[in-house]
Design a protein. Structure first.
Length: 185
């Protein structure tokens, strides 16, 4: 992208590049996201809440959309549409037949306790419909891995009485959400 900007001198591209650079200057040393997911057997949905640093989210969206996107200044519908597109690219869930499962956006919430800190966070809420449950499902979770080589994405998963934690890092392939050792004999 830098070569294109320097070659063409496009003011829009230069602005986007500078915004991405300035945003990265405010980066924190911890590159981690935490998701909590629970399979609801009644609704047949995997309900997810994903907590992220706002600076990281904005940086990822700016780089993807190549325009300025700020949680406080961008209209909510526009910002949310960009989040959904980004999550669709970095959270790849497949069902037991290997078919992609569409993410259903529910909304977001700024985490009040962190808003006055230098690293405020937001929680993103979404779900996936899984009529046959978690058995055979696979998840590839690469949130912010394109930004940070040391990005760690943690997932705390609950399916009925079963709880487990999963860790995703850059370069990971898809992982099963249902541990075969959890199946009844």
């Amino acid at each position: 992208m830098l070569a294109t900007v320097l070659r063409t001198g496009s003011p829009r591209s230069l602005t986007v590049l500078l915004l991405a650079f300035v945003t990265s200057l405010h980066a924190h040393s911890l590159h981690q996201s935490i998701a909590e997911a629970e399979y609801n057997a009644q609704t047949k949905k995997l309900e997810v809440s994903l907590t992220v640093f706002i600076n990281d989210l904005e940086t990822a969206l700016i780089r993807r959309a190549e325009r300025d996107l700020r949680i406080e200044r961008t209209p909510p519908a526009v910002f949310d549409a960009q989040i959904v597109a980004y999550l669709g690219a970095v959270l790849n869930l497949t069902d037991a037949a290997g078919q992609p499962v569409k993410l259903e956006w529910l909304g977001r919430q700024l985490d009040v306790e962190t808003q006055k800190s230098s690293d405020p966070t937001a929680t993103l809420f979404f779900q996936f419909t899984l009529p046959k449950g978690l058995s055979g499902t696979m998840l590839r979770h690469t949130l912010f891995c394109e930004l940070f080589a040391d990005q760690v994405n943690l997932l705390l998963l609950k399916d009925g009485a079963t709880k487990r934690s999963m860790r995703f890092i850059s370069g990971d392939t898809a992982k099963p959400l249902h541990d075969k050792s959890e199946q009844a004999p």
